[in-house]
Write a protein that binds this ligand. Structure first.
Ligand SMILES: [Zn+2]
Length: 181
């Protein structure tokens, strides 16, 4: 359930049969999250929120509702752009260099730009839409090379390098960016 609070914006309320007390935390999107016992009424949840306002304000890194909304909007925009671009770019390079993968998945993990699973699914982070094209292409080529080498061995890097002669430089350059928003 979502509570609308004037100060904290959308508050996520999770009813949990296992929880005994009420616990506050911050969700991955920066929203306030309350975990309450299964039978807690909305009224009681609100009352508890009110009586803990000071505590929450001083202890939890909650984003203000405006920031949250801006962030959500950015994310939707990025996801839309990514959907219209990344699968096609991946397909393009796969065809160009003769790779075959099972499917392309778009993710929004905060730590990795891409991955390649043993069942040949290539995951690409929607945050790639924020980095220069040359780095975006590098990530795609890196993941495609993982179809042949599931490690970062010398042979793996040689393969990436055969498609992107500056791959090591691009790998370093990519560290200046973060996949998260
Ligand atoms: Zn890798």
């Amino acid at each position: 359930m979502i509570l609308h609070d004037d100060e904290f914006g959308e508050v996520i309320v999770r009813r949990n049969t296992l929880s005994r007390g009420i616990k506050f935390s911050v969700s991955t999107s920066g929203r306030l999250q309350m975990s309450v016992p299964a039978h807690t009424s909305d009224f009681l949840a609100k009352r508890f929120l009110n009586s803990n306002r000071n505590n929450i304000r001083s202890k939890l890194p909650i984003k203000d509702p405006e920031t949250q909304r801006a962030r959500d909007y950015q994310k939707r925009l990025l996801a839309r752009k990514a959907k219209e671009y990344l699968p096609y770019r991946l397909e393009y390079y796969a065809n160009l260099y003769g790779y075959s993968y099972e499917k392309c998945r778009l993710t929004h993990a905060n730590t990795r730009w891409g991955s390649c699973s043993s069942n040949k699914t290539i995951s690409l982070n929607i945050g790639l839409m924020k980095v220069p094209e040359v780095l975006r292409d590098y990530v795609i080529l890196h993941e495609l090379a993982h179809l042949n080498h599931m490690d970062h061995s010398k042979a793996f890097w040689q393969e990436v390098e055969s498609h992107d002669s500056k791959c090591k430089y691009h790998e370093k350059k990519l560290k200046q960016f973060s996949p998260g928003l």
